[in-house]
Design a protein around this ligand. Structure first.
Ligand SMILES: Cc1ncc(COP(=O)(O)O)c(C=O)c1O
Length: 441
C-alpha cells in the first residue's frame, strides 16, 4: 500500500470542494407556513406550483443573529422603537420574558419588593417571584388600573420597582405614578402587554416609565402569535436586558470579549425572538395605527349610543385619547345584576363578558394567585420568601384588595372589533340598551 502524503505535510487536498447544498430551510417549510393562512385551494395550488418550480430556493435563516441581513427581528425592533418613541427596543419571545429581563436589568433580586396591581395577568407578579423578589399586591381604582394612593402606602425600604400595568387597552394614571416614583427614586416598569399603541398625555405607553414590556401574543392589540418587546430610553438597562435575554451574548460585536463595563455580563437565559415572529410582528406594527383607528371609531359609536341610565357608569379613562379602545367596560350596581345583565347580553348576541365571578377561575385576579398567596416555592431554598424575615413579608389574603374585587365583580366588558361596521356597532349598542333598560329598572 503506497503511503499518500497528507495535506498537512504538503500533499494534495482530499476534499477540494463541497456542495452546493440546499439550505436547511427550503420550499417544504414555506409551503407548511402557507398552509396556515388557509387560502382557497385553487390559489394554494398555484402558489405551490410556483414555489416548487423555483430552483434552489433560499430559505431563511430564522435565527436573528448571524442571519444573512436584513433581519426581520431587527426591522421589527426599529419599527417598534419608532412607534413607541423610545431610544432602545429589544424583541423577546414573550412579555413574560420581557418582564423578567426588565426586572433583572434593574438588578431586582432576593429580598427586594415590587409593587403590582391586584388586577393584571399573573405574569406581572409571577415574574417578580421568579426573579426571587417579593410581589406586593395593591388595589386598583375605577380606571381598572393600579391605584396611585395604594402604591404610596405600600412603599417600604425594600421597594425596588412599581409595575404600572395598563389593563384592557387603557392607560394607568401615569402622571401620579411617575410623581410618586420620582419622589422616592423608584423605577417604574410599564406593563403595556394589553395596551400596545395606547398613550397617556400624548406619550406612548412603554415610553413613560423607566422601562416598558409589551406582549405580542395572539390575544393582544398587536400580535405575532407569541412575542414581546422591551422598550426604554436607558442604554444601560437595554444592554442588561439584552444580556439576560441571550445567555450566549450573540448580540455582542465579539460575543467572547470581556465585559466592557461591570454588570454587562451575567448568567441569563434565552428569550430570543425568531425571524418568523419578527416578520409577523413587523407587518402588525405597520398596521397598528389603522387598527387603533378602527377600534376607536367602533367604540365611540357604541358608547355614544348607550343610554345613560341610573345605575350605569363607565370605566374611568385616565386619558380618553390614549385608550386603544379594544373594549368597553361598564359598571352596574351589584354582582348579581351584573351577572344577569351579562347573560342577557350574551343571549342577545353581544360579545359581553364579566371580569370577576367568585365561581370562575381567572389568572388576571390576585384572588386566584395561590402560588403567591400560599407562598409556593420551586426549590428547597424556599425563595423568594425565605430571603425576608417572616414578619416582614406582605400579609397576603384573598380579601386583601376588597375594592379590586368589588369593582371587577360589577364590571361588564364588551369586546370591540376594529372591523365592526356602523350596523354592527348600532346593533350591539341597541342590544345593550334593551338589556340595561330591563335589568336596571
Ligand atoms: C398584563 C399582562 N402582562 C403580561 C402578560 C404576559 O404576556 P405573554 O403571554 O406575552 O408572556 C400578559 C398576557 O396575557 C398580560 O395581559
Amino acid at each position: 500500500m503506497s503511503e499518500e502524503k497528507l495535506a498537512i505535510d504538503g500533499g494534495g487536498k482530499a476534499v477540494e470542494k463541497l456542495g452546493p447544498f440546499p439550505t436547511k430551510i427550503g420550499s417544504e417549510e414555506l409551503l407548511e407556513i402557507l398552509s396556515m393562512w388557509r387560502l382557497s385551494p385553487e390559489n394554494e395550488a398555484r402558489i405551490k406550483e410556483i414555489v416548487q418550480g423555483e430552483a434552489n430556493i433560499q430559505g431563511p435563516h430564522l435565527f436573528r443573529y448571524y442571519n444573512p441581513k436584513p433581519s426581520k427581528v431587527e426591522a421589527a425592533e426599529t419599527a417598534m422603537r419608532e412607534l413607541i418613541g423610545t431610544k432602545y427596543c429589544l424583541a423577546v419571545n414573550s412579555c413574560t420574558s420581557a418582564l423578567v429581563a426588565s426586572y433583572r436589568a434593574l438588578g431586582i433580586g432576593a429580598s427586594d419588593e415590587v409593587i403590582v396591581p391586584g388586577y393584571t395577568f399573573f405574569a406581572t407578579s409571577a415574574t417578580v417571584a421568579s426573579s426571587n423578589a417579593i410581589p406586593v399586591i395593591v388595589d386598583i381604582d375605577d380606571s381598572l388600573n393600579i391605584d396611585p394612593t395604594a402604591i404610596d402606602k405600600a412603599i417600604t425600604k425594600r421597594t425596588k420597582a412599581i409595575a404600572a400595568v395598563h389593563m384592557r387597552g387603557a392607560p394607568a394614571q401615569m402622571d401620579a405614578i411617575i410623581d410618586i416614583a420620582n419622589k422616592k427614586g423608584i423605577p417604574v416598569v410599564e406593563d403595556f402587554a394589553q395596551s400596545g399603541g395606547g398613550s397617556f398625555g400624548g406619550r406612548r405607553l412603554g415610553s413613560i416609565g423607566t422601562i416598558g414590556c409589551c406582549s405580542f401574543d395572539y390575544y393582544k392589540v398587536i400580535v405575532s402569535g407569541e412575542g414581546g418587546f422591551v422598550t426604554t430610553d436607558d442604554e444601560w438597562l437595554y444592554t442588561r436586558a439584552q444580556s439576560w435575554h441571550d445567555c450566549a451574548a450573540c448580540w455582542r460585536p465579539d460575543r467572547f470579549a470581556k465585559e466592557r463595563k461591570e454588570g454587562e455580563l451575567f448568567c441569563g437565559e434565552n428569550y430570543r425572538m425568531s425571524e418568523l415572529e419578527g416578520a409577523v410582528a413587523l407587518a402588525q406594527i405597520r398596521k397598528t395605527e389603522k387598527m387603533l383607528a378602527g377600534y376607536r371609531r367602533a367604540k365611540k359609536q357604541i358608547k355614544d349610543t348607550i343610554e345613560k341610565l341610573p345605575g350605569l357608569s363607565f370605566r374611568r379613562l385616565t386619558d380618553e385619547a390614549g385608550d386603544t379602545a379594544i373594549c368597553l367596560v361598564m359598571f352596574l350596581p351589584d354582582a348579581d345584576i351584573t351577572r344577569r345583565a351579562i347573560e342577557a347580553m350574551q343571549a342577545e348576541g353581544v360579545p359581553a363578558g364579566g371580569i370577576y365571578d367568585s365561581k370562575v377561575r381567572d389568572w388576571h385576579i390576585y384572588y386566584y394567585w395561590e402560588h403567591i398567596l400560599d407562598k409556593k416555592t420551586v426549590a428547597a431554598d424556599g425563595l423568594p420568601w425565605s430571603a425576608v424575615p417572616e414578619n416582614e413579608l406582605p400579609k397576603y389574603s384573598r380579601e386583601m384588595c376588597p375594592r379590586t374585587l368589588d369593582l371587577l365583580s360589577r364590571a361588564v366588558m364588551v369586546d370591540i372589533n376594529y372591523n365592526y361596521s356602523e350596523q354592527d356597532c348600532n346593533a350591539i349598542a341597541l342590544a345593550i340598551n334593551k338589556v340595561l333598560r330591563s335589568t336596571l329598572k
